[in-house]
Design a protein around this ligand. Structure first.
Ligand code: ADP
Ligand code: MG
Length: 236
């Protein structure tokens, strides 16, 4: 079993103390959600796990890897793959070309073709638009493409940074359904969201992150009916 373990992590940007003794775990097979408002430290956490931001204190390990020191490409090759906030797809490249970009760390050509087929099967909208430029897609389709690109990399632990951002409620539902299916097919998921309502519907467990600390945790169903969580994160 490869458990992601974050313990007592501090991250600074100069004088900004972004993460303060942050601790949480994600077990294999789970969907775990980090809930938090804008500026809470969610993206910093993701970038720290991907090796793009380094902790000043604390430990971060996954599957025998020390994520606090491992190189970003080593982390991706080991199967920890992030879908960054704001999607960052390439707008002048086609859908298919964007998916192929997910394969640059993958050596096995057969595996790549199989994964791209799986992505098209999971998200038929992308298959219909495979020759269209990324920039012509709707926001929801761009999010699907960003997830698809990560899937082509072959993740075992998928990090999703606010996939619902800027999407209409119906589209949020579709994206959450896709994430749920990806998880059912065997990929562990760490999801960070401001949209607590949508995220708690698919998560097994969740943590609340407030100014760089985890302030509450529990099974998603329990947090969804906790009066403090309802007031602070579910709009009363
Ligand atoms: N590159 C950076 N330089 C300085 N401060 C940053 C940088 N990135 C984030 N921060 C600060 O760190 C804190 C956490 O930011 P972030 O992780 O982006 O939060 P979230 O993703 O939850 O909105 C905020 O106070 C933010 O202003
Ligand atoms: Mg963020």
């Amino acid at each position: 079993m490869s458990r992601l373990e974050v313990a007592g992590v501090d991250v600074y940007y100069g004088r900004v103390h972004a993460l303060r003794e942050l601790s949480f775990v994600v077990d294999e097979g789970e969907i775990v959600c980090l809930l938090g408002n804008n500026g809470a430290g969610k993206s910093t956490t993701m970038n720290m796990l991907s090796g793009l931001v380094r902790p000043k204190a604390g430990t971060v390990s996954w599957d025998g890897l020390d994520l606090a020191t491992a190189k970003p490409w080593t982390i991706v090759s080991a199967g920890l793959v992030q879908v960054p906030e704001g999607r960052r797809i390439f707008s002048t490249m086609t859908v298919h070309e964007n998916l192929l970009l997910g394969s640059h760390t993958v050596k096995d050509q057969k595996a790549i073709a199989g994964r791209i087929d799986d992505v098209y099967q999971l998200m038929p909208r992308l298959a219909e638009r495979r020759k269209q430029q990324g920039g012509t897609l709707s926001g929801g389709e761009q999010q699907m493409l960003a997830i698809g690109r990560a899937l082509v990399t072959g993740p075992r632990l998928l990090l999703l940074d606010e996939p619902s951002m800027g999407l209409a409620p119906l589209v949020v539902k579709q994206v959450m359904q896709i994430i749920s299916t990806v998880n059912e097919r065997g990929t562990t998921v760490l999801l960070v969201e401001q949209n607590a309502r949508a995220a708690l519907k698919i998560a097994d467990r969740a943590y609340v992150v407030d100014t760089g600390r985890t302030t509450a945790e529990g099974p998603a169903v329990e947090l969804a009916r906790d009066p403090r969580i309802i007031e602070a994160y579910l709009g009363g």
